[in-house]
Design a protein around this ligand. Structure first.
Ligand code: GUN
Length: 287
């Protein structure tokens, strides 16, 4: 068993991004600028946005966080998005999800200019991605591809089973692994016998959000196992009162796998790097 070390790989990519930013600055070009909108005070969302701000600082990007009370109306929020769309200083915009129930997430996502949609959630960018054309790739699938590439994991002709069909991970992962010449199967909550598929997989990508779901008896000897899950489970011994648990039962699956991502320190840091790469890409594509 070998670890796919997202902490290490993300550090290396961040150094490369920082070099590119220095070069842009030396050439008199604009500093990449990422903006995030945070609505309300959801604990996980606040943590993610703070992490994104820190990442920007580390690589030399400018960053702006706009915070709004959960009572903001949909109309007001859409106005804020449009203001950023029209602000030439800002290259990328993310609106942290989830949004309060009275706001239509789809409407907000579709109001972000596709040229600044560094989450890759806009239908225009989803379409470009599915066609294999240059665009922003959703950060988690993008990060996973970068991780596989870093470790030179063979994908061509391999059977990849993706567990989960979310717009953010499962569906884009399907497209990207297909582009990497995998035979791809997507299994989900209505699949009759998930195990029958995962047992055949050369590469398993677990993105369903059920901690410890993938057990040793569900994977084949030598499989590559990617764990996207980051569920917070109570842990009285942790300072925060919780710890992160993946969708893979690491202790039982790891000895059977050829490569596996830990949680934390696997996919999470790679997702963060995906967003930074997209922000650079926004400058290259649209400036
Ligand atoms: N909430 C959970 N994951 C994400 C993400 O990738 N982007 C945004 N905007 N919100 C999220």
């Amino acid at each position: 068993m070998n670890l796919l070390n997202g902490n290490e790989v993300s550090k290396k990519i961040k150094l490369e991004i920082a070099e590119r930013v220095k070069l842009l600055k030396a050439q008199g070009k604009k500093t990449p600028h990422l903006a995030a909108i945070l609505v309300g005070a959801d604990g996980a969302s606040m943590t993610y946005v703070a992490a994104k701000e820190k990442d920007c600082q580390e690589v030399g990007f400018d960053s702006t966080v706009l915070r709004f009370d959960a009572s903001i109306t949909e109309e007001q929020l859409l106005e804020e998005v449009i203001k950023i769309n029209n602000n030439p200083e800002i290259d990328g915009l993310i609106v942290q999800l989830p949004l309060p129930k009275h706001i239509n997430e789809k409407k907000v996502t579709e109001t972000i200019s596709y040229k600044k949609d560094v989450d890759g959630f806009h239908p225009m960018n989803v379409g470009l991605m599915f066609k294999g054309l240059r665009t922003f790739l959703p950060a988690t699938p993008f990060g996973i591809i970068k991780l596989l590439e870093h470790y030179e994991i063979e994908t061509s002709g391999k059977h990849c089973v993706v567990i989960g069909r979310s717009d953010i991970v499962g569906k884009p992962m399907f497209a990207l692994m297909l582009h990497k010449n995998c035979t791809v199967t997507v299994v989900h909550s209505k699949t009759k016998d998930v195990s029958a598929f995962t047992k055949q997989a050369d590469i398993v990508i677990a993105a369903l959000g059920i901690p410890g779901f993938l057990k040793a008896e569900m994977v084949k000897e030598g499989a590559v196992v990617i764990d996207v899950g980051i569920t917070r489970v109570d842990d009285a011994t942790a300072k925060s009162g919780y710890r992160l648990k993946g969708d893979v039962d690491f202790d039982s699956v790891a000895p059977k796998s050829s490569w596996i991502t830990p949680v934390p320190g696997g996919v999470g840091p790679m997702t963060r790097v995906g967003l930074l790469l997209n922000t650079l890409e926004a400058m290259e594509l649209y400036k």
